[in-house]
Design a binder for this molecule. Structure first.
Ligand SMILES: Nc1ncnc2c1ncn2[C@@H]1O[C@H](COP(=O)(O)OP(=O)(O)OP(=O)(O)O)[C@@H](O)[C@H]1O
Ligand SMILES: O=P(O)(O)OC[C@@H](O)[C@H]1O[C@@H](O)[C@@H](O)[C@@H](O)[C@@H]1O
Length: 479
């Protein structure tokens, strides 16, 4: 079962400043005799959708049903952009600006670095750059076809009338996320969420010398603009989510290696909006976007992330690793912290699980469905002996743990030595504590600690006819 939201059912419309990213790559072995500049012998010419079109590419790479509304020139770069976007299965609606070029960023690369970037662009902000009525009509026609709208503003003028678009989204009850630019954020009033990076935020609220200042100024902006949330992306420091009526959430970067941070912001807003459109809550959506950014900065140029890459960062329990999922107590607490940082809801249960049977399996599957992860705490051998008598357990704690860890629905297994797991549960503090139907909530060890930490205890159905003790009795019956 995938741990990701159902991206394939999500429909997102991207509107904003589309560009064509061109890369000329070649070797350098000398300095020009004409001027003190390297001579690059170009051997490769590549073109890729950039800006808002890169955002659309990121959505399509996740499997989202993606629509794009953008402005291009009547030129060769525009034709290339149309073609590349169509190849990525993005349904694009293009508005042509007869007097303006398609925004193009040409990077000359050599020895794995940019030598120069050449920008071909003119602002679309001037009144008659393109037909604003056609643009508005296209937006109005596309809005009913999607679950969420993403406005990718690079300050080139496509979104000069962004306030009207946000109002239309609000009227239609659709979430609208914005990657903002410039210093006039009043234009974004009423958006669901804004994703400025730190310099972009500072351009509006002034210098943020430390985290406390960033949070205070960010929260003031959030209220002033009537946003639901503000996600500040902070390069190597990760990201901070500010919300109305909730504490700030700081997520450290998950990047393992950093090669090229170009387009990381595009990946953040596209993953986040995709998750929201697929029904995920804000915290989970932001956590996924942080994981996606950590992947994209390890790739060259503006890059995309696939669901498989994203899922790999979330799955600590790969199939085929016999030790995977078996933890000692301290390691489990570390695992728990990582699960929390990813916004996952953790379910926990406990028992002897001496002879695993279908009753156990159905119960564990049901428990797992209550959250995103399932921990099973297992009584060690002495603890089972004290509870069930000297003839038990039939299987050692190592074997019982190994069998449980092999189940698809179980993510982590840990042993405990006391008669009850109350102490262990008090350390782990799962979001949801689960026991089978032979208990009441008050009888469940650890339920007070879980409740005090904001979690809850759930009693699941009891499946009659399955029990380790009755199986043993059947096996011992003379034939
Ligand atoms: N140097 C880095 N090291 C680790 N992670 C990084 C680094 N730079 C970016 N990231 C990851 O990418 C996310 C977005 O980066 P950043 O804050 O630079 O956004 P941005 O300036 O909007 O990006 P861009 O404009 O290049 O698209 C960060 O929140 C972080 O998760
Ligand atoms: O805002 P300016 O610098 O004029 O243009 C945007 C560029 O810096 C790049 O931005 C990145 O995020 C990506 O969108 C990439 O495709 C784009 O070329």
């Amino acid at each position: 079962m995938s741990l990701l939201p159902r991206f394939a059912k999500a429909r997102v419309l991207v509107v904003g400043d589309v560009m064509l990213d061109r890369y000329w790559t070649g070797s350098t072995s000398r300095i020009s005799p004409e001027a003190p500049v390297p001579v690059v012998r170009v051997s490769r010419d590549q073109a890729r959708p950039g800006g808002a079109a890169n955002v659309a590419l990121n959505l399509a790479a996740l499997g989202v049903q993606t629509r794009l509304l953008g402005v291009i020139g009547a030129d060769e770069a525009g034709a290339v952009l149309r073609e590349r976007v169509a190849e990525a299965s993005i349904a694009a609606h293009w508005i042509e600006a007869p007097t303006h070029p398609t925004i193009t960023k040409l990077r000359v690369l050599s020895r794995n670095q940019q030598v120069i970037r050449l920008d071909f662009e003119e602002s679309f902000a001037a009144g008659d750059a393109f037909a604003r009525e056609d643009f508005s009509r296209a937006f109005d026609a596309l809005l009913p076809q999607v679950d969420a709208v993403l406005l990718s503003d690079y300050g080139k003028g496509t979104l000069a009338q962004v306030q009207a678009l946000i109002e239309a989204c609000r009227r239609a009850g659709k979430p609208v996320t914005v990657d903002p630019k410039g210093s006039d954020y009043a234009r974004y009033r009423g958006a669901t969420l804004l994703t400025p990076n730190v310099p972009e935020l500072e351009a509006v609220v002034g210098a943020c010398a430390d985290e406390a200042t960033l949070v205070a100024k960010g929260e003031a902006l959030l209220h002033e603009l009537q946003l639901q949330a503000l996600l500040v992306t902070r390069s190597e420091k990760g990201m901070t989510l500010l919300r109305v009526d909730a504490a700030p959430l700081h997520l450290p970067t998950q990047a393992r290696e950093v090669f090229d941070v170009t387009g990381a912001g595009d990946t953040v807003i596209s993953t986040l909006t995709a998750a929201l459109a697929a029904g995920a809550d804000l915290e989970r959506a932001v956590t996924l976007s942080n994981a996606a950014a950590g992947i994209t900065v390890g790739k060259l140029g503006a890059a995309t992330v696939s669901p498989a890459e994203l899922e790999a960062t979330l799955d600590p329990h790969p199939v085929g690793d016999s030790e995977a999922g078996m933890f000692d107590e301290d390691a489990l607490l570390g695992w728990m912290e990582r699960a929390r940082a990813q916004g996952q809801r953790v379910v926990m249960t406990n028992g002897c699980f001496d002879l695993l049977h279908v009753g156990h399996l159905r119960y564990l599957e049901q428990a797992r469905k209550l959250g995103d992860r399932l921990i099973v705490a297992v009584n060690d051998d002495d603890s089972v002996r004290r509870l069930k008598g000297p003839a038990r357990p039939l299987n050692t704690v190592a074997d019982r743990m190994r069998l449980l860890a092999g189940l698809k629905c179980v993510d982590a297994v840990v042993a405990f030595g006391e008669d009850t797991p109350a102490r262990l549960i008090g350390r782990v503090l799962p979001d949801i504590l689960v026991k089978g139907g032979d208990y009441t909530v008050e009888q469940v060890a650890g339920h007070e600690a879980v409740a005090a930490a904001g979690g809850r205890t759930v009693i699941l159905d009891f499946y009659d006819g399955y029990s380790t003790t009755s199986t043993i009795a059947r096996a011992q019956k003379p034939v």
